[in-house]
Design a protein around this ligand. Structure first.
Ligand code: F6P
Length: 555
């Protein structure tokens, strides 16, 4: 069988040979041979410091990865994105999230039209509205201030806003509540609203298409909840706003388009948190801080566009991810922020990375013969250390890690000289990378007095790769740089893998099948089922029990 375009490249095959040659090299040796490795294999830009010295690479690895990137046309593809070419080929769309954070006055033309001017027109409307809600100038229908903001959306219309709110909660308006409803499970909506006064509550319905089943269902639930509490149809105008690209559907739902904040089809859902989808973020932190976040994104965009590949942070991150995934056979990446405010960052990255690069065909519609996106997962440190880190340290698979930390705490606790809690946190971050890389040999364990039988259990093989990303402090600007770092790294990987990182056909089949199943679950008459025997049996069982009969009665 002939190999794919990527696997047939001499540069790819050179990496395969290199991996076979260097596969057994241990980080202990690499650091011993070059005592300054930890100062050399780093890159820094726009406030982020990336230490990749604990990756299992030597000088040749990086050069070979660089050759591959050039052969795949990485520099040209980066330019194509920034120039607004339709690089999302299966949807025939430009990919211009970089325009969302371009400063006013910059021009990015799409079909001859300057999209940056459109972006800033919406940002101004958002700032005006957010300012009114924050100051109390925008009042609910009874004249009460808005105290609660509920953002309803799912996927990219939810994960970005929740993550950003949690990440920047420190800077948020503390006399307001911000809640997020995404799941079609009624519990999500009921729990988010149960203690709220409708007269003080603003709903932001976020949906790029405004046709997504979960979001529309929850939006209708919100409308019913609001009308039930207020009995006042006219009041909806003061309590519901929409964020969408689809004015027709917004109007159909009953929201005046004067209260709609738009964006465009060239913004992918998972790349939309700094568009109007971020309206809840702007209400929480204010327009100025939102602007600082956009400036952070833009700083990384500029770095990505203009920095040579060898010092380019997203390029390095992307190429190292390729190395681990395709040449060291690592099927996962753990994202481990040592910052409690980033607790939803791994969930956000899951959509960004896996919806973008979880693909099985190339841009030419050929089946790939190499692995594409690994599974991303993670939890904030130090919590994970007391649960899944056991596997990362001593399990039989390697699981590359991204450690993320900040040098200054937002909530200092403890005595600066004695027990500074932030020092404790960061000591753990640094120690984990060290332990993973260098491990502990059986000889070292024995020398420390462990008996022969127990020694293997206390041995750590080491040689487990990680990146460490350090910034000064979690600010809106730093958050912008960090997200853009991952966005562009995902793009780099997609280019190498020769796939469309900006479509998401994989979510369609389940949606379609669910539509058919809904009718079968709720039909009055026993439906004629034509699925496989498992699906049929599950539908029958659910139908039998949905009214509350005895669960022990058998299928
Ligand atoms: O089903 C996947 C998806 O299309 C995501 O790509 C998107 O972020 C999410 O659904 C929500 O879509 P929308 O913003 O159109 O409601």
């Amino acid at each position: 069988m002939s190999r794919s375009r990527l696997a047939a490249r001499p540069q790819w095959q050179a990496l395969e040979r290199h991996a076979a040659r260097t596969g057994e090299l241990h980080l202990r040796e690499l650091f011993a041979t070059d005592p300054r490795r930890g100062e050399k294999l780093i890159a820094q830009a726009v406030g982020l410091y990336l230490d990749y010295s604990k990756q299992r690479i030597d000088a040749d690895t990086l050069a070979l990865l660089h050759d591959l990137a050039v052969a795949c046309g990485l520099p040209q593809r980066i330019e194509a994105m920034f120039r607004g070419e339709r690089i999302n080929v299966t949807e025939n769309r430009a990919v211009l999230h970089v325009a969302l954070r371009a400063p006013a006055g910059e021009k990015i033309l799409l079909d001859g039209h300057d999209v940056v001017a459109d972006v800033h027109a919406v940002l101004e409307r958002m700032a005006e509205f957010a300012g009114k809600v924050r100051s109390g100038a925008w009042l609910g229908y009874t004249g009460k201030r808005i105290r609660n903001v509920i953002s309803i959306g799912i996927g990219g219309s939810d994960l970005g806003p929740v993550m950003a709110y949690e990440a920047l909660r420190h800077y948020s308006q503390r006399d307001m509540n911000f809640r997020f409803v995404s799941n079609v499970d009624g519990t999500d909506f009921v729990e988010a609203t149960r203690d709220l006064d409708a007269a003080e509550t603003l709903f932001i319905i976020c949906s790029k298409t405004f046709t997504t089943l979960e979001t529309l269902t929850n939006a209708h639930a919100a409308r019913a909840w609001f009308l039930n509490a207020t009995g006042n149809e006219q009041a909806i105008a003061k309590h519901f706003v929409a964020v969408s690209t689809n004015a027709v559907e917004v109007r159909k739902f009953g929201i005046d388009t004067a209260h709609m904040f738009g964006f465009w089809d060239w913004v992918g859902g998972r790349y939309s948190m700094e568009s109007a989808i971020g309206l809840s973020t702007m209400i929480a932190i204010g327009a100025d801080r939102f602007g600082e976040m956009l400036a952070g994104f833009h700083a990384m965009d500029e770095h990505f566009r203009h920095t040579p590949l060898q010092q380019n942070l997203p390029v390095l991150m992307g190429l190292l991810a390729i190395w681990n995934n395709n040449f060291l056979d690592a099927a996962t990446v753990a994202v481990l922020p040592y910052e409690q405010y980033l607790k939803r960052f791994p969930a956000y990255l899951q959509q960004l990375t896996m919806e973008s690069n979880g693909k099985h065909v190339t841009l030419d519609s050929a089946e790939v013969d190499y692995a594409t996106a690994p599974v991303y997962w993670g939890e904030p440190g130090t919590n994970g250390q007391h649960s899944f880190y056991q596997l990362i340290h001593q399990g039989t698979r390697i699981g590359p890690c991204d450690f993320i930390g900040f040098c200054q705490p937002l909530n200092p606790l403890g005595d600066q000289h004695d027990l500074d809690q932030h020092d404790l946190l960061m000591a753990n971050l640094i120690a984990q990378g060290e332990a993973l890389a260098f491990g502990r040999t059986t000889a070292e364990v024995r020398a420390a007095g462990t008996d022969a039988a127990l020694a293997p259990h206390r041995t750590f093989a080491g040689n487990r790769p990680s990146n460490t990303i350090i910034a000064e402090k979690l600010t809106p600007h730093a958050l912008g740089t960090l997200i853009a770092l991952y966005e562009h790294s995902v793009f780099v990987q997609g280019i190498i893998w020769d796939i469309d990182s900006f479509d998401q056909w994989g979510v369609e089949l389940g949606k379609q099948l669910a539509q058919a199943t809904i009718a079968e679950l709720s039909a009055k008459e026993e439906p004629k089922l034509a699925h496989d025997s498992s699906t049929n049996a599950l539908i029958r069982r659910y139908r039998r029990l949905r009214g509350g009969s005895n669960p022990g009665s058998g299928a």
